[in-house]
Design a protein around this ligand. Structure first.
Ligand code: ZN
Length: 88
């Protein structure tokens, strides 16, 4: 007596029969609506992640490029990098 509910109508949220091509309640076609949603979300998430990684790589390369000694900042980083070896 336990029928597994695999699909639900996305319009009226009623459980659909197995062989129902349309919702018997409202007549909406349930094909591909519920199965497409996780795939769409996963694709969007992967795309967003790839975009984030790409931006991070671009920013990192940009920082390396600007922090390289090319005469733009005169000796500021050299002064900070000097170790205060005055213990003994
Ligand atoms: Zn329905």
């Amino acid at each position: 007596m336990s029928a597994p509910i695999e699909r639900m109508c996305h319009r009226c949220l009623q459980p659909l029969p197995h062989k129902a091509a349309r919702c018997p309640n409202c007549g909406e076609r349930p094909e591909g609506t519920i199965r497409n949603l996780p795939a769409l979300l996963a694709t969007g998430g992967i795309l967003a992640l790839a975009f984030l990684v790409w931006i991070m790589i671009a920013v990192f390369r940009n920082q390396q490029f600007t922090s390289a000694p090319s005469g733009d900042q005169n000796g500021v980083t050299q002064e900070q990098a000097k170790p205060p070896a005055f213990d003994k």
